[in-house]
Ligand binder design. Structure first.
Ligand code: NAP
Length: 289
């Protein structure tokens, strides 16, 4: 019986993966890891093998991988030492004789010209996995459409407009739930032998397009103001956003302005067997409009 170990299973992406996996395999075929004992109990009550621990808990990682064929490593957050977290999972997979590891990387145009250094870790993780000799699958996911509210300041943008230093940069946004669904389909099909899936929407959108879509959906005239980095920094400082966070956002947005997120692939559509949600369809759900 094929058994899959999913990290990040309690998160948004992991939940979407699990829910699709359960359409074809049973919970007893799925192992999960969480740092939260309540969530561990919830998973156990549903029949999953649920392990309590974090990515730096190597003993637990190895235990969770016993009798597992495939590991899905959902990338760690950017708070701690993400690269070490990932290395721990890969090393445990190698030690326990796992056949195949899948990793949620990022779909970006050129790893060598990225401004946002947090993104480098995705490609370094890919390199580390390749060097491990494990069979691997890289899910290179585009920026979540679900992250748009965080970038534009949530529903307040419907009244105040959007102010970002993103220029006319475009992003081939896709819904996190659809990327999770597609990842699960690939894992279930077992099409995991040294493959790369570039999961993007079928169109790239600028923040002008986002403003237009939100205007049509809300009935408000939502403007997009393509400001410069200094103006953006001042606006954030007035809202008491810490300088380190402002720097992170600007680095993210600079890569968008440089069109690092605009490449379009048909992998998501092919795996889903349907067109991924358009910007307007996605924003309607995300903003509840
Ligand atoms: N493509 C994009 O646009 C994009 C945007 C944002 C993030 N990401 C990446 O995609 C990942 C998944 O996204 P998401 O939306 O599902 O995130 P999320 O909802 O915040 O979920 C994060 C998951 O990671 C687990 N986790 C975090 N740190 C961990 C640690 N040290 N040890 C063990 N588990 C840990 C959490 O598990 P517990 O809390 O249960 O322990 C949780 O299940 C993120 O972590 C990030 O790397 C991608």
């Amino acid at each position: 019986m094929k058994k899959i170990f999913v990290t990040g299973a309690t998160g948004h992406l992991g939940s979407a993966v699990i829910s699709k996996l359960l359409t074809e395999i049973q919970s007893k075929q799925i192992s999960v890891l969480t740092r939260n004992s309540e969530k561990q109990k919830e998973f156990q009550a549903k029949g999953f093998h649920a392990f309590l621990g974090s990515y730096d808990d190597v003993t637990t990682l190895e235990k969770a991988m016993e009798n597992v064929e495939v590991v899905l490593l959902i990338s760690s957050g950017d708070q701690g030492d993400r690269m070490q977290d990932h290395k721990n999972v890969v090393d445990a997979a190698k030690k326990t004789g796992i056949k195949s590891i899948a990793y949620t990387s990022r779909c970006l145009h050129d790893r060598n010209s990225l401004v946002n250094k947090l993104m480098d870790e995705h490609f370094e993780t890919e390199d580390y996995i390749k060097a491990s000799g494990l069979a691997h699958t890289f899910f290179r996911n585009i920026l979540y459409m679900d992250a748009i509210p965080q970038f534009i300041g949530g529903k307040a943008a419907l009244d105040k407009g959007i102010f970002l230093p993103a220029g006319n940069g475009k992003v081939a946004f896709a819904l996190r739930s659809e990327m999770g669904e597609a990842m699960a389909k690939v894992l279930l099909a077992g099409d995991c032998e040294n493959k790369i899936y570039n999961f993007t929407g079928d169109k790239a959108y600028s923040f002008y397009d986002i403003a237009t879509a939100l205007s049509e959906l809300s009935g408000n005239l939502v403007s997009y103001n393509a400001i410069d980095d200094d103006t953006f920094t001042q606006m954030m400082q007035q809202r008491n956003v810490p300088n380190a966070s402002i720097r992170k956002i600007i680095d993210f947005i600079t890569d968008i302005r440089h069109n690092q997120e605009q490449d379009i692939y048909d992998d998501l559509e092919t795996v889903l067997g349907r067109k991924p949600a358009s910007l307007k369809e996605g924003l309607k759900t995300i903003f509840g409009l």
